[in-house]
Design a protein around this ligand. Structure first.
Ligand SMILES: *Cc1c(COP(=O)(O)O)cnc(C)c1O
Length: 340
């Protein structure tokens, strides 16, 4: 099979350095890794292997289908959406559910197997209530980790303190061997939030959700190949609906990347490529499979050359209006994913 005309450059050193930084920020707590949605679009088997080599032991996925290819007795994998009637959860080494509802608790109890439990401390998304815990719902379960999730860890304010206090109230009330509250942004809120285990996701992959994340490095760099180089004459328009008009004669490269690859139309007339230290502005609309860059600053770029597309998550999310999470999880299947 021939190689794809677009690729994701994935930086092992940056991924591992980000995990080490988050582990250091987690203090005495163990630091895990959220690898749901195929490792935030990056590739979960590759992420898990690299982080496991660095010493990470606890991984989080959404579903059993996501857990299956990652299962290994040397790791612990928690399935965040718990166990449904038709799931077939036993027999995957090191994999256990995060129970979220009384029905899930009743379904799991007879197995006697280890599990995690999610408690809702105010997000009103998944989880059993503190009152249900107080009423003995979890008695008789073999709980490895008791968890809760912060709704607003990327903002300052009283909500975080309230959730943290509500979670701390549960300490000693269950058989849980560990407690876990903080995602990436939660880790940045300080030692009170670390408990025994932290669960970063986005920051592993280069996301910055808090000022304390300034040392986080970029992991993902899309690159696309030039299909055609052309001259655009002053006054000519470019792309669908000709939303860009050349103010003067200029040089343009057409690249093999578009919204079908997750490079969405909100980058139209806003994104840019990077070549030889030059910024090459994106011209006109992003098409399904193509974009156009102004390559006037790069006279030597020719058909077949590769150009990096600016994709630093904090900066490009601010420019496009996408979330850093959407920027990663939307990256499509047509990229060759190439790890350094
Ligand atoms: C996705 C997720 C995380 C990781 O969150 P980030 O914001 O990506 O760090 C942690 N815990 C739970 C329950 C999650 O669903």
């Amino acid at each position: 099979m021939s190689s794809a005309p677009l690729r994701l450059r994935l930086d092992t050193d940056a991924l591992v350095a980000n995990w080490r930084l988050l582990a250091a920020m987690s203090g005495a707590a163990a630091c895990g890794a959220a690898v749901k949605a195929n490792g935030y679009g990056v590739g979960s088997p590759e992420v898990v292997q690299r982080l496991a080599n660095a010493g990470c032991r606890d991984f989080f996925v959404a579903t059993w289908a996501e857990a299956a290819p990652l299962a290994d007795p040397s790791r612990s994998i928690s399935v965040l959406h718990g166990v449904r009637e038709n799931d077939n959860p036993l027999g995957l080494p090191g994999v256990r559910p995060v129970l979220n509802t009384p029905a899930q608790v009743q379904r799991w109890k007879p197995t006697g197997a280890p599990c995690d439990v999610m408690v809702d401390t105010g997000m009103n998304r998944l989880g059993v209530s503190p009152d249900e815990v107080g009423a003995g719902l979890l008695d008789g379960l073999n709980i490895e980790t008791l968890m809760s999730h912060l709704s607003s860890a990327d903002e300052d304010g009283p909500i975080n303190t309230r959730q943290c206090a509500a979670f701390r109230q549960l300490q000693g009330q269950t058989s849980a061997r560990r407690m876990s509250l903080a995602n990436s942004a939660g880790i940045a809120l300080g030692a009170d939030y670390a408990f025994d285990l932290t669960r970063p996701g986005i920051a592993l992959y280069g996301g910055q959700q808090h000022a304390q994340h300034h040392g986080i490095r970029q992991v993902v760099r899309p690159e696309a190949q030039v299909l055609q180089r052309r001259t655009l004459r002053a006054g000519q328009g470019l792309g669908y609906n000709l939303t860009f008009t050349a103010p003067a004669d200029m040089e343009v490269a057409i690249l093999n990347l578009g919204y079908a690859d997750g490079y969405l139309r909100c980058f139209s007339n806003k994104g840019w490529g990077i070549s030889g230290g030059n910024r090459l502005p994106l011209l006109g609309r992003v098409s399904m499979d193509l974009i156009a860059l102004d390559v006037s600053a790069a006279p030597d770029l020719a058909e077949g050359d590769w150009i990096e597309i600016a994709y630093a998550l904090p900066e490009m999310a601010a420019i496009s209006g996408l979330s850093q999470y959407e920027m990663l999880t939307g990256l499509g299947a047509r990229f060759d994913r190439i790890w350094s």
